[in-house]
Design a protein around this ligand. Structure first.
Ligand code: C2O
Ligand code: CU
Ligand code: CU
Length: 415
């Protein structure tokens, strides 16, 4: 059993050296502590709320019982001063994260999030591992978190100018020459798409949301939508090199202009021996569908005019859509259709899905996902099967402002 005590509370945080920002953290830090465990462990986590408002804690990507999903659908808000214990078995290896699921646009922006790493029996051997949680915050002239709101923020989602890795603005990462590291990356930002580049150098995708992919994939960039995770093998580099870790320009059709932005710098020190071995097969993933299938359901991501936001984001024409139940064991083939002109990261709670097609094309590798980008006017076909965990579940756009406005659906899993 892995026992963790988390306290959510107000802190003064140094996002930028020399400036103290009033923020919220878990156990006095941003991000919250990295929780590490092995497949099969039971996590018992006591959350005490010292915030001035209620909260609940969601376990993003975990296959847990519905009652432990940490949303306001399955539990009442934990009031200031109260404690709630989450207890469940960690069934899958991967890079997951935890975050509040109440007043998210405020609670996540202020710093309430953290990584959860679950290790399996057959992980590839690398020379080292780092967990990098990416975020951004919007600061005012005094270095305080800027008040939320406005039409552009409601449309684009909140994107801040301070870019953070593990709660620090554009840090230096020190790495030994000759070594290959595993980087577990979480995009915890409200709305930012991170098209990650490591100085244009090749790196290798090992895993995504639901753990290892079928086989390593060499790339020079990878897109992380809000809430996405990726595990990559990075290096080897040469002593003395300085390499920029950047988010390349990604136009997700926002009002604000996209540009290249820096997240961190890798500084390469003296060499160290390497014992890294990346196998050619990482795990076997059986496809849920093969050949032509027809979708069992369509989920339309759309918008409606609204007085308050200009537009409001919805699913199947209604905010906070009530979708039809899903039967345990029955194959789900969902077409997630984007009726808008901007990207939306679609997230399913509690279950992994396979991507069958994006705009009619099969994906580059086989994987288990809980978050997938749906391009403007695009169509993503996903397949999944609910195992025996009945209860109330949901899916939503993980741009927090869109989620808040109602770009989400609730559904029951039934026996
Ligand atoms: Cu990160 Cu409703 O989820
Ligand atoms: Cu989630
Ligand atoms: Cu959205």
């Amino acid at each position: 059993m892995v026992e963790v005590d988390l306290e959510a509370g107000e802190i003064d945080w140094e996002f930028t050296p020399g400036v103290l920002t009033k923020a919220w953290g878990f156990n006095g830090q941003i991000p919250g502590p990295v929780i590490e465990a092995r497949v099969g462990d039971v996590l018992e986590l006591r959350l005490t709320n010292h915030l001035p408002e209620p909260t609940v804690l969601h376990w993003h990507g975990l296959r847990l019982p519905a009652a432990m999903d940490g949303t306001d659908m399955v539990q009442r808000g934990i009031k200031p001063g109260d404690t709630f214990t989450y207890r469940f078995t960690l069934r899958d290896a991967g890079t997951f994260w935890y975050h509040p699921h109440m007043n998210e646009t405020v609670q996540l922006e202020r710093g309430l999030y953290g990584a959860l790493i679950v290790r399996g029996p057959d992980e590839p051997t690398l020379d080292g591992e780092r967990v990098l949680v990416l975020d951004d915050v919007k600061l005012d002239r005094k270095g305080q978190i800027k008040k939320l709101g406005g039409l552009i923020e409601g449309h684009d989602g909140r994107q801040g100018g301070a870019r953070l890795v593990n709660g620090k603005a554009e840090p230096a990462l020190f790495m030994a020459a000759g070594q290959i590291e595993r980087w577990r990356i979480v995009n915890a930002s409200s709305a930012r798409y991170v098209r990650l580049s490591i100085g244009g150098r090749p790196f290798t995708i090992l895993g995504t949301d639901g753990g290892l992919i079928d086989a390593p994939v060499p790339v020079t960039e990878v897109l992380l939508t809000p809430a996405d995770r990726v595990d990559i093998a990075v290096g080897p580099f040469t002593e003395g090199e300085t390499i920029a870790v950047d988010a390349l320009k990604y136009n997700r059709m926002t009002v604000a202009r996209a540009r290249n932005e820096s997240f961190a710098t890798v500084r390469v020190g003296p060499p160290a021996p390497s014992r890294a071995v990346i196998p050619t097969t990482l795990r076997s993933i059986e496809p849920l569908v093969s050949g032509p299938v027809s979708p069992t359901r369509e989920v339309h991501l759309g918008f409606k005019p609204s007085l308050r936001h200009g537009v409001t984001f919805v699913v199947n024409k209604e905010p906070h859509h009530r979708d039809t139940p899903v039967k345990v064991g029955e194959l789900q083939v969902w077409d997630v259709i984007n009726d808008t002109m901007m990207d939306h990261p679609f997230h399913l709670h509690g279950f992994f899905f396979q991507v069958v097609e994006v705009n009619g094309e099969p994906p580059a590798f086989r994987s288990w996902e809980d978050t997938i980008n749906v391009p403007p006017k695009g169509r993503v076909r996903i397949a999944w099967v609910a195992d025996d965990r009945p209860g109330e579940w949901m899916y939503h756009c993980h741009i927090l402002e869109h989620h808040e406005q109602g770009m989400m659906g609730h559904f029951a899993v039934v026996r």
